[in-house]
Design a protein around this ligand. Structure first.
Ligand code: CP
Length: 307
């Protein structure tokens, strides 16, 4: 059964097709309003979420389908000790497709290997978050019109930021990508991503603690929140949480057509004074996420022969 655990589970051609479908949904929503009638999406969220869960649910409703939802681990039998493998077998009896978020890296693999319906990783610990990457890619496509020849700066918590790991993987398949990794020393990109992706594919990158130094070269600035929930002690989080705060002053040397992305939630890392800057794309990114999730649900249900 086809599932999306990692962004690399989708080929570049499939990503192009998803972008085409999402664009058609944006232009012709009525055409898609009943395509999933009578079908059910299950959203299993063992970790908090606003955007991912609600956009998956909005996506399924806008396709004419229905949703069954588990919004927290505490409200499910996981709190009594039920395994992810058993949960996958059980939910497959109720739903045609499953989206799951879980705090443990690898939980999405367990789900996919035990479910009998298509499954989607909605974020597994600090590992990856492929559908956020779909939102990011549609945003880049709509803002820049290309994925090749871009200089992309990732700023903030690059260690625990699963959206960063997934987007770097996705971009690594295009030509002319340059990466700037901007983080405190303690929150650098994990070496497995650096070695297995950037170095293996000969992608030029710089590592720095200084955002202003690289700002003039950037086409895209991907800001991230310091991931409090993945820290072992609060003291370290408090020391690092405000390492980068993007303000209008810091954009003085940025390109006129810079695109500022952030997977959200934002805590303090982008000043609200930037929200009205035409370069701020993070709320467009939220909406793009819903359209790409619609496209992905459609693709997986079609491949499974469900619609
Ligand atoms: N970007 C993202 O995953 O947001 P949520 O945690 O609110 O789903």
């Amino acid at each position: 059964m086809r599932s999306v655990i990692d962004i690399l589970d989708l080929s570049v051609e499939e990503l192009d097709q998803l972008i085409k479908t999402a664009t058609d949904i944006i232009d012709n929503p009525a055409k898609y309003a009943h395509v999933c009638a009578g079908k059910k999406l299950a959203t299993l969220f063992f970790e908090p979420s606003t955007r991912t869960r609600m956009s998956f649910e909005a996506a399924m409703y806008e396709l004419g389908g229905n949703v069954i939802s588990m919004a927290s681990a505490a409200s499910s039998s996981a709190s009594k000790g039920e395994s992810v493998a058993d949960t996958a077998k059980v939910i497959s009896c109720y739903a045609d497709i499953i989206a799951m978020r879980h705090p443990k890296e690898g939980a999405a693999y367990v789900l996919a290997h035990n479910a009998t319906v298509p499954t989607i990783n909605a974020g597994d610990g600090g590992h990856c978050h492929p559908t956020q990457t779909l939102a990011d890619l549609l945003t880049i496509h709509r803002e820049k019109g290309r994925f090749n020849n871009l200089t992309v700066g990732f700023c903030g918590d690059l260690k625990f930021g699963r959206t960063v790991h997934s987007l770097i993987n996705a971009l690594s398949r295009y030509e002319g990508i340059n990466i700037a990794l901007i983080s405190p020393d303690e929150l650098k990109l994990p070496s497995y991503v650096k070695k297995d992706v950037l170095q293996k594919k000969d992608i030029p990158y710089v590592q720095t603690t200084n955002l202003e130094e690289v700002m003039p070269a950037l086409d895209i600035l991907y800001m991230t929140r310091v991931q409090r929930e993945r820290f072992f002690n609060e003291e370290d989080y408090l020391r690092l949480k405000d390492s980068y705060i993007l303000t209008p002053e810091k954009l003085k040397n940025a390109k006129e057509d810079l695109a500022i992305l952030h997977p959200l939630p934002r805590v303090n890392e982008i000043s609200v004074a930037i929200d009205d800057d035409p370069r701020a794309c993070y709320f467009k990114q939220v909406l793009n996420g819903k359209y790409m999730r619609m496209a992905l649900i459609l693709k997986l249900l079609k491949e499974a022969g469900t619609i």
